[in-house]
Write a protein that binds this ligand. Structure first.
Ligand code: SF4
Length: 359
């Protein structure tokens, strides 16, 4: 494994600083980025309009690398999960979600990628497989971007929507996340609009504060799942350290000066958080934050005693939120919050590696 940094992990600002330091102009930085992101070359030699000395300089200081794709599950027109192997052998899971139909009824060109931000996770949300092996390490900027490049190879299409809802708490890996966001949104990078990027957080307040100061209009989803500390403590261990009395002001700080509503993700769990009283607590928070609510009926996870509420109970919870004029949706697909999309594939593979029984 080479220790040279990846050229695909360089923001425009960092590359420019490097080239200026070595006597090159801004124009050269733009040419390099054009080769990397528009023309998608994978060697410095292929950058044919650069002087040989500059190509040599780049090759001495940077390298190209895309993570090895080790497993793909699903088919071209359905959700596809894939597992990539990082250079240290760590396994990372990502999910490609094609959108079949746009809101106007026409075929949508949207290709969403659910990206991981860490290997494993320290936050241990009670419904999630990613936390079961704990946190191994942060993903680097290059490894976050590498998932997008791998997804484009698999999908044979450009990814144009990104959700940070995979393995890990993205806001606890803020510096690498911020560089990745620069590369993703830059018009000299992947050029995906900030409004097509969603960061999902468990409610990591120090990271939310940094995000509040981050200038781009990235969307935010918060795994709330409990609208009182008593309920949330049971589902989200993060709440013990950063309870609602800290989380809500941090979300208000994020909202200030932005024309954006956060989304409150709320898994409906039978007899845990699905009562009319829970709905009214949730409404109170959503009103205060001018937030949307996304309800997710719980999917059974092996080893956990929780159950999904009845259809009727889910509907009446949704109706109570809707009646209070809060924008509310209910979705059944699996995602970050329902453990399976991100985490289980890696968990099974790690268990196979260690000789334990796959789940
Ligand atoms: S839901 Fe997200 S933050 Fe919580 S344990 Fe899973 S990966 Fe970590």
């Amino acid at each position: 494994m080479s220790s040279l940094p990846l050229i695909t992990a360089q923001t425009e600002e960092k590359l420019l600083a490097f080239l200026t330091e070595h006597g090159h102009t801004k124009f050269r930085a733009q040419q390099v980025l054009d080769w990397v992101w528009r023309k998608r070359v994978t060697t410095f030699d292929a950058m044919i309009n650069l002087p040989p000395a500059l190509k040599n300089l780049l090759a001495e200081h940077f390298r190209f690398h895309t993570p090895e794709i080790v497993e793909i599950h699903g088919s071209a027109d359905t959700t596809r999960k894939f597992l990539t192997k990082m250079e240290d052998g760590s396994l990372v899971e990502s999910v490609i979600i094609p959108a079949a139909v746009a809101e106007n009824g026409e075929k949508s060109e949207r290709v969403t990628l659910c990206v991981s931000s860490q290997v494993g996770c320290a936050f241990g949300c009670k419904f999630c497989a990613s936390g079961l092996l704990g946190l191994k390490r942060h993903l680097t900027t290059g490894e976050i971007i590498g998932q997008i490049l791998s997804a484009e190879t698999i999908a044979e299409k450009r990814v144009n929507n990104i959700v940070f809802m995979g393995m890990g708490e993205p806001l606890s890996n803020f510096d690498n996340l911020a560089d990745a966001l620069e590369i993703i949104t830059s018009h000299r990078g992947l050029e995906i609009g900030a409004r097509h990027i969603t960061i999902s957080t468990s409610g990591f307040v120090p990271g939310l504060k940094k995000l509040a100061a981050y200038p781009r209009q990235i969307r935010l989803a918060v795994s709330l799942h409990g609208a009182t500390d008593e309920v949330r403590d049971q589902i989200m261990p993060v709440n013990k350290k950063w309870p609602l009395s800290q989380l809500i002001p941090a979300l208000e700080e994020w909202s200030r000066g932005r024309n954006q509503m956060p989304t409150l993700e709320y898994i409906l769990i039978r007899d845990i958080n699905d009562s009319p009283k829970d709905a009214s607590h949730l409404v109170r928070i959503a009103k205060r934050l001018h937030a949307k609510v996304n309800l997710i009926p719980y999917n059974t996870v092996e080893g956990l005693p929780w159950k999904r509420p009845s259809e009727e109970r889910c509907r009446s919870f949704r109706d109570a939120v809707h009646k209070a004029r809060i924008p509310v949706t209910m979705r059944y697909e699996k995602g970050h919050d329902i453990n399976a999309a991100c985490g289980q594939l890696r968990l099974r593979k790690e268990q196979e590696k260690n000789g334990s029984t796959p789940r």
